[in-house]
Every structure is written in structure tokens, then in C-alpha cells.
Ligand binder design. Sequence first.
Ligand code: SAM
Length: 217
Amino acid sequence: MVKMDFEQARNRMVEHQIIARGISDPLVIKAMRKVPRHLFVDEGLRSRAYDDYPLPISYGQTISQPYIVALMTEALNLKGNEKFLEIGTGSGYQSAVLAEIVDTVYSVERIPGLAKKSREILDSLGYHNVIIKVGDGTYGWKDKAPFDGILVTAAAPSIPEPLLEQLKDGGRLIIPVGDVFSQDLILVVREGNRFKKSSYGGVRFVKLIGAFGWKEE
Ligand code: SAM
């Protein structure tokens, strides 16, 4: 069997899926070039890790399409010194991309098995600035708030109130909002007690399940 050159595949992904589609933030591009996405998926899926779509991880969840990871990260306008909150650790890939850019990533995952698996891979790659907790991320992470930025990697019926409360003045929150079949990617920028919203287009994510999300079936 021919051995795949993952670094080459990753650079091709960045050129064709990320830069060609208009992502231009150098911090985001550098992070996407660096994080070894193939190590965040099961061994049998590694050859497809740099393809232009989401892939299954375990427990019926997904690792998001590379372009969507880049789009959401760029929308946050990160500078490098942020205290950041991610809801939905999943495979840990998006956490690693954020950890390449910001100071500290607090990440909440509701499925213990995914939190454990992502912790292992993030540790093995030296991402010790990602702090993971198991729980319902729709409550945010009150003890560590306020946050400079918040990213939600699962689809919500509406924006969870605790996340708005835990956003710093001037901070940014990005979240898919809609029904279970399709959502709008919404960017919220906090200005005092005002929350300015704009849309980054249509997406499809798995459900955000929790007190301020969808009910578990
Ligand atoms: N960013 C991830 C990655 O790079 O692999 C993809 C995350 S996946 C699309 C969405 C994740 O959100 C799943 O792992 C799911 O278990 C998690 N999730 C759903 N509802 C949640 C909640 N209320 N709190 C925390 N995690 C939640």
C-alpha cells in the first residue's frame, strides 16, 4: 500500500478548500496548516481526513468540514491572547485549531467517551492549553467566565442565554441556530448590553442537546 503524505494533503486542503474560498486570516491559515486533522479521526478514515466534508466520529457525532472550522474561527477575529469557551469538544480538532491561536480554550463536551478520547489526542500533541469538562455546555462555564470568544459546534434552536451572559463586552460568539435539518451560522458581537447579530450563511450541524438546547430523545 502507498503511504499517504498527510502534510501534503493538509496543505492542499488549505489551498483549495480554505484560501480559495476566501479565508484570509493568517492566524487561521497557519493553524489549519499545522493541526494534524488525520489524528483526530479513526484510523480507517485517515485517508479521508483532508477531504471537503464532515466525517463520523463515535457516538453518532461528527468532526466538522475543514472549511466550516476555518470560517467559524475566522469570524471570531482572534488576536492570540483570548480566554476562550468552546461548546462541543467532539474529536478535539476544532479545540486544537483554537489552541494554536488563543491563550486558553475551555471546552465542554456532554459525552464522556468523546471527552476522554479528545483529551488523549490533545495531550499526545501537547495541547495542554485546552481544558475539557464533561457536562451540559448550554450552561456555559460560569466559574471561568467571562470569555473573549465562544464557539458552539452543535446546532441550537436559539442562542442559550447563559452563553450571552458569559461573553465579555466586545466579545464574539459564533453558533449555528435553526431547526434540526438546517441552521444559520450566527455571529453575535457584544456591545455593552447590546448583542449585534449577523449571518454567515447556511450550515448543518448535529444537535446541541441540553437545558438551553434540544431535549434528549
Ligand atoms: N468541534 C468538533 C470537532 O472538531 O470534532 C465537532 C463537534 S460535533 C459537530 C458536536 C459536539 O457537540 C458533539 O461531540 C456533541 O456530543 C456535543 N454536544 C452536543 N450538545 C452538547 C452540550 N449541551 N454540551 C456539550 N457538548 C454538546
